[in-house]
Design a protein around this ligand. Structure first.
Ligand code: AMP
Length: 187
């Protein structure tokens, strides 16, 4: 299974991707988590990415695509993977397509978690209080939502046209959302 999670920040992509990853026994690949790990280790990639992340902007496509290209060559991703937070731009969609095509693979499903924007802001403010993520301040949250609406939301139509989009209401409790996802993928 090769699956992509889409939806605005705070929709629950990370939580649901982790659950599905355990269920299917395939890796959960979160570009945000990889960037954060690099930031905390102070790697050159982390130093490059941090200024974009702190401002709520996207890390440049060249940097992000190279990182994902490398991650998808690891042995654990050969049977399948769950991408969380990638692709997020038109260029990333094209790059992911090219990466998969070159190894004779394709995406099986793109899961869009739909949520009410007010709920998302509330969740992100709460996560900021609990986890203290530097990009969870109110101004940055607002900017991240704008960037999502401008650059990432339009990609959903592309995957809809490809016939692989699955829309799931992300507003329920964690178990009911994950049950809805599992039955949509594995009816
Ligand atoms: P996330 O944890 O997925 O919300 O990602 C946190 C931050 O990492 C984002 O606001 C971006 O700055 C950066 N990031 C994560 N994934 C991507 C991506 N696919 N393209 C560009 N930037 C990304």
């Amino acid at each position: 299974m090769r699956i992509v999670f889409m939806g605005p920040p705070g929709a629950g992509k990370g939580t649901q991707a982790a659950i599905l990853s355990r269920l299917f026994g395939i890796p959960h690949i979160s570009t945000g988590d990889i960037f954060r790990a690099n930031v905390s280790e102070g790697t050159p990639l982390g130093i490059e990415a941090q200024r974009y992340m702190d401002a709520g902007e996207y890390v440049p496509d060249g940097v992000t695509n190279a990182m994902v290209r490398d991650r998808l060559t690891h042995g654990d991703a050969q049977p399948g993977f769950i991408l969380d937070g990638y692709p997020r731009t038109v260029e990333q969609v094209a790059e992911l397509d090219a990466m998969l095509r070159s190894s004779g693979q394709k995406l099986d499903a793109v899961i869009e978690l739909t949520v009410d924007i007010d709920v998302v802001v509330q969740r992100l403010v709460q996560r900021a209080a609990e986890q203290g993520r530097p990009d969870d301040t109110e101004d940055v949250i607002r900017r991240r939502l704008e960037v999502y609406a401008e650059q990432t939301a339009p990609l959903i139509a592309v995957y809809k046209d490809h016939g692989i989009l699955i829309r799931i209401d992300g507003l329920g409790d964690i178990d009911s959302v994950s049950n809805a996802i599992a039955s949509a993928i594995n009816p």
